[in-house]
Ligand binder design. Structure first.
Ligand SMILES: Cc1cc2nc3c(=O)[nH]c(=O)nc-3n(C[C@H](O)[C@H](O)[C@H](O)COP(=O)(O)OP(=O)(O)OC[C@H]3O[C@@H](n4cnc5c(N)ncnc54)[C@H](O)[C@@H]3O)c2cc1C
Length: 479
């Protein structure tokens, strides 16, 4: 078996892993960044396409947490993790939420003031910006409806950079990890090993001493290798990190407290054209009800509309004839449910379960009511039911129906924000890693990704994950 060696092994190259690899490499350590997925250019496939799902998402995006209802979720799987295909919306964490984490999970040296310099550095290093041109018409409709209801709304900044073309138009560039921190890590000497899945960590007493990994060859076969290291940083995402740790024999408080932000989508019809796919991801969110619920506008190209338009095939085809007048909107709640991640013997895959909290159904229903009210206030002529077989709403007075529409039996929920499977802090009852991500019961194992967030942050999490990852490595290097 081929054996490789490094000082620091980083498993997974999403926001947490890229930050860790870069900072360790900058400090002069011999770092290897191992990623299960392929090493593809950020624009190797069109955004929101089947090819992108196939290339950059685990199992092509067909992954679900079992429960009543099941919740479909997405995990990135490529160099750069989910940052390569996500919307890149940047939302700073809410101060109250950070203080609650510090208090409830006993996280040392943690809070809005402590995280502020790290957030500022993240914004500086990666780059976030607002659009230099108008919002999409669908975003404008949401903003207009929000104003009519007297609610605060905002344009969310993105990990994105815009450049102006000679013809005066604008090109947007995603500031994913493969475009930002990974090249910096490589320039600082980090070795990137893609197409390589770490299967388990080898333990000697309280230390991890190596990793057994499988390298995918071009012909589809796999080569088994061993990577020896002095320290390992596990950043495989909120599902794969607990899977790997549990498979390697660490189980204390690991994989028991998965949180998500469940969401539902609805389609609304307007008398004028609101759907212009060239505007890309809509950036307007209603601020008024955060963190309990976030209301926003989704990418609405015809294939996406078709997913959220219920009805028989002919019916959907007919509705899509005037797709320019239709757009998809969402309600996402700060999930209070809890789930678990377990390793399936023999298959080695993860078994993910999630119990949606009764409050989440109530908040999703309330959010749908508010969303529909805002859309009618903005001039929508029809709001489609989120459930099959239910009549569509034709006027604002009918929006009330949405309040109690969702039940565990009828809902179809999805999630793209997953966290909390290795909560950090000093509270021994619930935490699996200390205040800086060092795994309890393991001298040289750190976790540094979305798994550490003690509960759902209630806002887009990538900025928080990056800032916490930066804070943790700086502290560990300083120790
Ligand atoms: C469709 C989508 C849209 C999103 N939009 C936004 C948004 O607009 N704003 C926002 O803030 N957040 C967004 N998110 C969430 C955000 O992308 C994630 O929270 C963030 O990427 C999590 O970072 P991470 O470092 O924990 O891991 P991930 O990004 O999940 O990366 C983990 C990496 O580890 C690799 N890996 C896993 N297991 C192994 C193993 N055994 N060996 C080697 N490698 C392994 C995986 O292949 C993956 O590439 C979105 C997510 C999705 C899926």
């Amino acid at each position: 078996m081929r054996r490789l060696h490094c000082e620091v092994l980083v498993v997974g190259s999403g926001p947490g892993g890229s930050t860790s690899a870069w900072m360790y490499a900058e400090s002069g350590k011999d770092v290897m960044l191992v990623e299960e997925g392929r090493n593809l250019a950020v624009n190797s496939s069109e955004d929101h396409s089947l090819q992108q799902m196939d290339e950059k998402w685990r199992s092509g995006g067909v992954t679900a947490a079992l429960g009543s209802p099941k919740v479909t979720y997405i995990e990135g799987k490529c160099v750069g993790g989910a940052s390569e295909s996500n919307a890149g919306l940047y939302h700073p964490p809410l101060s109250d939420g950070l203080e609650a984490w510090a208090r409830d999970f006993q996280i040392a040296d943690f809070g809005a003031d402590e995280l502020a310099p790290h957030l500022a550095a993240v914004v500086q290093e990666i780059g976030v910006s607002k659009r230099p041109f108008a919002y999409s018409p669908a975003s404008q409709a949401l903003a207009c409806g929000s104003e009519a209801m007297g609610w605060k709304w905002t344009e969310i900044e993105r990990f994105w950079r815009y450049s102006q073309r000679d013809d005066g138009g604008w090109d947007g560039h995603r500031r994913s990890m493969s475009e930002t921190l990974i090249p910096k890590a490589i320039a600082a000497g980090c070795r990137l090993q893609s197409d390589t899945r770490v299967d388990r960590l080898l333990r000697r007493g309280g230390r991890a001493v190596g990793a057994i990994a499988f390298v995918r060859r071009e012909d589809g076969s796999e080569e088994k290798i061993q990577i020896d290291f002095e320290r390992v940083v596990v950043c495989a995402g909120a599902v794969q990190t607990p899977r790997l740790l549990r498979k390697s024999g660490w189980i204390h408080n690991i994989g028991n407290s998965l949180t998500m932000n469940p969401m539902v989508r609805i389609v609304a019809r307007f008398p004028e054209r609101v759907n212009v796919p060239s505007f890309g991801v809509p950036v307007v969110q209603i601020e008024e009800f955060k963190p309990t619920m976030t209301i926003g506008c989704s990418y609405s190209a015809p294939p996406h509309l078709a997913m959220w338009l219920e009805g028989a095939a002919d019916d959907v085809r007919r509705k899509l004839e005037d797709w320019h007048n239709l757009a998809v909107f969402y309600v996402k709640v700060c999930g209070r449910g809890r789930g678990s991640v377990r390793t399936m013997p023999i298959f080695g895959d993860s078994l993910v379960r999630y119990k949606t909290h009764a409050d989440d159904f109530a908040h999703l229903g309330e959010g749908l009511f508010r969303l529909a009210s805002a859309l009618f206030a903005a001039g929508a002529t029809e709001v489609h039911s989120p459930l099959p077989g239910m009549p569509h709403l034709k006027e604002s007075s009918q929006a009330e129906r949405l309040r109690r529409i969702l039940t565990p039996q009828n809902s179809s929920l999805s999630a793209i924000h997953l966290h909390s499977t290795v909560p950090m802090g000093e509270n021994p009852d619930v935490c699996a890693a200390d205040s800086h991500g060092r795994l309890f019961g393991a001298e040289n194992v750190t976790v540094n990704d979305s798994s550490l967030l003690p509960t759902s942050p209630g806002v887009n999490p990538q900025g928080t994950i990056l800032a916490i990852a930066r804070r943790n490595i700086l502290r560990i290097l300083d120790a």
